[in-house]
Design a protein around this ligand. Structure first.
Ligand code: SAM
Length: 226
């Protein structure tokens, strides 16, 4: 059984596609998807030796080696162009996810969907999508084991997508949905920023400090706006 978080990633996979899961660790996601017929075939990519070996072990133990190719390498290096119709990257920071996509851009021709689950910094992921012609078609936010996770699905579509600053930060679909996990996340972020502001007010005033303070005031205003 998959975690709620990876289950939400799997729910965005178009049925019967060939997927690539980058940073697969134990290859839980590709194993589950191939076993349950969600994915036809899969590539599991891992850059680190330990996780790469546990992915291999998992795939072999489940007898899925014929359908899941476990490969060692950095980001999308493990793929040939267009090899995967759907690419999943989960459980990393948003800046790292964006840099993996940016560095592997030429491998994305023919890929139809990206499913991205940044642990933090989903802003970087949305920015990359908007700047590179990936339209955000689905988003989810959920709480599991006391942590809040965001999942983004983006399709290669030739239509413009304009997101406001608030939408880039908090997610256009998540803002509309405005569920309990979403409110909890941004209330807690807001409290963090307010705390930082209070600490800054105790420090020696300087132009740099004023600039930082107005940055945090701006973030608080954005969160309050929604
Ligand atoms: N995707 C799984 C999940 O969501 O449960 C595993 C997440 S785990 C916290 C992150 C994995 O990404 C680690 O196993 C790490 O080795 C791998 N990773 C980090 N940077 C990577 C890169 N540039 N290319 C491939 N894998 C990477």
């Amino acid at each position: 059984k998959l975690s709620k978080r990876l289950g939400a990633v799997a729910a965005f996979i178009p049925n019967g596609t060939k997927i690539a899961d980058i940073g697969s660790d134990h290859a839980y996601l590709p194993c589950y998807c191939v076993k349950h017929g969600i994915a036809r075939e899969a590539v599991a990519g891992e850059v680190a030796d330990g996780p790469y070996r546990s992915a291999r072990r998992q795939v072999e133990q489940l007898g899925l080696a014929g359908k899941i190719s476990v490969r060692k390498g950095d980001g999308l290096d493990v793929l040939s162009p267009g090899e995967a119709e759907c690419i999943t990257i989960a459980g990393m920071g948003g800046a790292l996810i964006a840099s993996i996509l940016e560095r592997g851009k030429e491998k994305l021709t023919g890929t139809k969907r990206l499913i991205l689950q940044p642990n933090v910094g989903s802003l970087f992921v949305r920015k990359w999508c908007v700047e590179n012609g990936w339209v955000i078609i689905g988003e989810r936010i959920l709480e599991e084991d006391g942590k809040i996770y965001e999942i983004l699905a983006a399709d290669a579509e030739a239509r413009p997508q304009n997101l406001t600053e608030a939408e880039l930060m908090m997610g256009p679909i998540l803002i509309k949905e405005n569920n309990a996990a979403f409110r909890k996340k941004w209330q807690s972020e807001k409290r963090k920023w307010q705390h930082i502001l209070r600490k800054m007010s105790e420090a020696e005033p300087s132009p740099e400090l004023e600039e930082k303070k107005s940055h945090y005031r701006h973030l608080i205003a954005l969160a309050e706006e929604v």
